[in-house]
Design a protein around this ligand. Sequence first.
Ligand code: NAD
Ligand code: MG
Length: 399
Amino acid sequence: MVQSALRRLTVLGATGSIGQSTLDVVARHPDRFEIFALSAQRQDDKLLAQCLQFLPRYAVMGDPAAASRLESALRAAGSRTEVLCGEHALEQVSAAGEVDMVMAAIVGAAGLRPTLAAARAGKKVLLANKEALVLSGALFMEAVARNGATLLPIDSEHNAIFQALPADYTRRPSDAGVRRVLLTASGGPFRVAPLDSLAAVTPEQACAHPNWVMGRKISVDSATMMNKGLEVIEAHWLFGAPAQMIEVVVHPQSVIHSMVEYADGSVIAQLGNPDMRTPIAHAMAWPERIEAGVKPLDLFAIARLEFERPDLERFPCLRLAFEALQAGGAAPAVLNAANEEAVAAFLARRIGFLDIPAVIGETLERSGALAVDSVEAVFAADAAAREWARDQIRLRQAT
Ligand code: NAD
Ligand code: MG
C-alpha cells in the first residue's frame, strides 16, 4: 500500500465518545495524522491532557471560564497550544487553510455551523454530528457539492451503507440499481421491557446501552429509537434515498451495521464488532484501510444473527421522525430541537421517559409548515421549536 502524506485534522468535540475514539486512532498512526485543533465545551481537564499528548496548534473551548483555566494550565506546562473560545473560533479551526480533515463530533444542533464551515471550505468532512444533516440536509449537501468537499459518514450505519455502495455512487439510487437501504437498529435497552415499565425508566437505565458505549444524549436517543429516526433522515440526505426506500431492521446483536439491497436481489452488508473506531478509521484513511485497534469479529462466538420489525407503538419517536421527513421543510429541524430539549429535561429528571415522544409530537403539531431556505431560517425554526418544547416540558412537570 502506498503511504500517503501526513494529514492535518481538526477534531470538533474531542472530549466526547467519538472524539476520544478518533484520538485513539490518531495515536496509532502518528506517521499519517497530525492534530491541528481540538475542541470541547466545558471539560478543560480532559482537553488539557489531550493537548499535552497531541500538541495541537489550537484548542477551542465553548465555556469562557474553562478556556481561561485551560490557558493557565497549558502555560504552566510550557505548551505552545493557543487557546481560543466560542463558536466563531470553531468555524475558524474548521475552515483554516492548513486543515485537511475535520471530524465533526459535537453533539446536537451546536455542531451545525462549524461543520458547515468545514464543508464550505471544501474539506474532507468526517460526519458524526448527524443533527447537522437533520437540521439542514438540503443546505448542507448543497454546500458540500458546491465547494468540492468530501463527505464521509462516521455513523456506523451510514458508514456501512457507504461501504456497501459502488465507489462512484452519485446519490441517485436507481442509477446504481439500489432497491432499498436497510438500516439496522439494536432496539436499545428497552426492546423487550414490559411496556408498562417504561414510564418509570431512569436516565441511568436509558443510558445503559446493550452494545455501544456512547455519550448520554445519543444513548437516550437509542433507548427511544429517535436515534434511528434521525438516522433515517441522515440516510435520506447522504444517499438521496426517499423515505419509502429506507427500511429499519431491528438486529439486537449489532454485528451487521447496515445493508444495501440491489435490483438483482443481492444484499450487501458490512459487519464488524460494535466499535466506532472501525468507521472512524475507515473514513480517516479512505480510500485506504488502516489498523483501528478493533478486535476481529468472532462469528463462532456470535453464532446467530436475529432480525425483527420495529415496534412503532413501543417506539413512537421513530414514527415521528418518518413523519417529519415526509413533511419536509423545517419539520426535521423542529423534531430535532424538540428532541434535544426533551432529552435534556429527561436527563435532568424533570420529565419522564414517555414524556419525550409526547413533547416532540406536540411541538411538531404546533410548528405547522415553516420553510427553511437559509441557515438563519433553520436556526429560527430551531429556536421557535425549543420555546414550544419548553412550554410542553413545563406543563408536564407541573402535572
Ligand atoms: P458526547 O456527549 O460524548 O460528546 C460531545 C462533544 O461535543 C464533547 O466533546 C463536548 O465537549 C462537545 N460539545 C457539547 N456541547 C457542545 C456545544 N454546545 N458546543 C460545542 N461543543 C459541544 O457525544 P458523542 O456520543 O461523542 O456524540 C457526538 C456526535 O456523534 C453526536 O452527534 C452523535 O449523534 C454522533 N454519533 C455518536 C456515536 C457514538 O458512538 N458515540 C455514534 C454515531 C454518531
Ligand atoms: Mg448510528
